[in-house]
Write a protein that binds this ligand. Structure first.
Ligand code: KIV
Ligand code: ZN
Length: 385
């Protein structure tokens, strides 16, 4: 089994979600929870962005033990120096420096030539390496960059001392097949790549961030960058819980695993949602409210007999309640009777028939049936006879 490193960037890219701003205490609380989740790397912030960011990275570096603590930095002296000042008290500090490599970014954003960007990247990696061993380099907008130029840049930064090569799909543009081909191309044409860890960082603009990350892993990537609940710039980043459970549930296919402590997944998701104010959509895979809920009679009957009929992962494994049967208009008698029994009603066959009919009538009129509705029907039927 291949071991895949998980870099969590909830506190950096995740915090770049529109409308989200976490204070130092909230970031520390999330970082502590990420350590319990057992992520390999916490990207704790972008230290140069503000005094608050620098303080948060520094506090996390001082207080949180276990994972590597990293700060993002552009390929600039001030960024790298402040990043170092912020992470230096960690037991395992890291600096993640980046520069864009696509022609679109070079021309319109950086106003630099390809040669200038390459030179700047090499300079930045050397400066970061003068402080720490664990230096990650990202070629921003890698997936829209010229592949030969990308190999040139990555070869040069490896020579300069980069330990991790990150391949960001900055605007969520690539596809799973293209991503795998790109990683394979890098492995063939980048000097020294066998000595470093190839990392992947996908955004979700086309809803492909998780797929693209897993494809990159199949192409050879050894680190996946992601966020809790998939929060992040625009449509967000690849979601940690989906990647981790995808690898776990289909380890027969992926032949890879992470070191994540599964039982902390749900708690972490709830904490991040609560502190960022970003609600998790009900049908979100793994952590959404409905991810383990069954409404239709056929499904409810199946899971009551054997839960693997309609569940591919164990809710308890990720720290959630097991088997949630939601009573609605699609529910069957079996689930309805089970609910009655849980509520302490043991109706005769005749009473059950009447009660079930009244429940179906009600479910046709209401979106959600409350426990009190069921109790009322059950008690009424029981006293009639
Ligand atoms: O999406 C991106 O390109 C990034 C880099 C800075 C890694 O977040
Ligand atoms: Zn990003």
């Amino acid at each position: 089994m291949k071991k895949v490193r998980i870099l969590d960037t909830t506190l950096r890219d995740g915090e770049q979600s529109p409308g989200v701003s976490l204070n130092v205490q909230e970031k520390l609380e999330i970082a502590r929870q990420l350590a319990r989740l057992n992520v390999d790397v916490i990207e704790a912030g972008f230290a140069v962005a503000s005094l608050g960011d620098a303080l948060a990275v520094k506090t996390i570096a001082q207080e949180v033990k276990g994972p590597i603590i990293s700060s993002l930095a552009r390929s600039k002296e001030k960024d790298i120096d402040i990043a170092w000042e912020s992470v230096r008290f960690s037991e395992q500090p890291a600096i993640h420096t980046f520069i864009a490599t696509s022609d679109i970014h070079l021309k319109y954003k950086l106003r630099m030539s390809r040669e200038q960007a390459l030179e700047q990247a090499v300079w930045a990696v050397k400066r970061a390496r003068s402080y720490v061993d664990e230096v990650e380099f990202s070629a921003e907008d890698a997936t829209r960059s010229d592949w030969d130029y990308l190999c040139q840049v990555y070869s040069a930064v490896i020579k300069a001392g980069a330990r991790i090569l990150n391949v960001p799909d900055t605007v969520g543009y690539t596809t799973p097949e293209e991503m795998k081909a790109l990683i394979q191309h890098l492995y063939k044409h980048t000097d020294g790549i066998e000595k470093v860890i190839v990392s992947i960082h996908c955004h979700n603009d086309l809803g492909l961030a998780v797929s693209n990350s897993l494809s990159a892993m199949l192409g050879g990537a050894g680190q996946i960058e992601c966020t809790i609940n998939g929060i992040g710039e625009r449509a967000g980043n690849a979601s940690l819980e989906e990647i981790v459970m995808g690898l776990h549930v289909r380890k027969d296919f992926y032949q890879a695993e992470t070191g994540i402590n599964y039982s902390e997944i749900y708690r972490t998701s709830r904490l991040v949602s609560q502190l960022t104010g970003m609600l998790v959509q009900p049908n979100k895979a793994v952590v959404g409210q409905n991810a383990f809920a069954h409404e239709s009679g056929i499904h409810q009957d199946g899971v009551l007999k054997e839960k693997s009929t309609y569940e591919i992962m164990d809710a308890k494994l990720i720290g959630r309640e097991e088997k949630v049967l939601v009573l609605g208009k699609h529910s069957g008698r079996h689930a309805f009777n089970k609910k009655l029994e849980e509520l302490g009603y043991h109706l005769s066959e005749e009473e059950l028939n009447q009660a079930f009919e009244r429940f179906k009538d009600l479910a046709d009129q209401k979106k959600q049936i409350a426990e009190a509705d069921i109790q009322f029907i059950a008690a009424d039927e029981a006293t009639r006879t």
